[in-house]
Design a protein around this ligand. Sequence first.
Ligand code: 6PG
Length: 242
Amino acid sequence: MSPTIHIFDSPETTARAVAELMLLKAKEKAKLSLPFNVALSGGNTPKLLFQILADEYVDKMPWHIVRLFWVDERCVPPTHTESNFGMTYENLLKQVSIHDSNIFRMTGEADPQKEATRYAALLEAQLPMVNGLPKFDLVLLGMGDDGHTASIFPNNLSLLQYESTVAVAVHPTSGQKRITLTGNVINAAGQVVFLITGSSKSSVLRQIIQHESGFEHYPASYIQSGSVAFYLDKAAANELPL
Ligand code: 6PG
């Protein structure tokens, strides 16, 4: 199935559109009295989304059904400046009331391999299993300038078809260890959203979306089953022929 592509004027309007999509999906689940299981990415791009959710969606979002998981985590303690959980806490969690029992962080300070095993078991216990895989309602992804997504880097495409839903990855230049969801569980989600802004991503994005030569080297190219939506600002979408 082809991804849907949504282009907005600015990083703010792009993030706000993703917030609206999250609200819509959460309300659908609330009507059914079901939880809304979301996996969040880290890095810089989602900060704006988290701030918008914290500022404008405190009263609108049915937070009591929101259950937060992580797409990936750097192997550092939550107080470290590079912690994805720490970033989410600072920009979102400290302002909204989500019960601790609905927050499932990857423990970046733990032994990485043990943590990957623990988190894979946690996903099986906490999420509905569909075709043998835990199913998220929504997975929020970013994309690096090198076409990586989650912590699946171009030098480790095997994580896209990995036997476990969670793995240890190593950042190719810094050598930093990461815990990451792997390809199959991401592709099993009900909805996958790429939130991508900025001109530094535009040429890799063009290759991925247009399947231009070289696209097969980029992990983000392989996130394609289920329902995938790209939310882009004008700068990121600059090279797309739309
Ligand atoms: C992380 C990620 C990663 C991120 C991309 C884009 O922990 O770094 O989850 O996959 O989404 O690297 O990062 P930026 O938003 O900082 O460009």
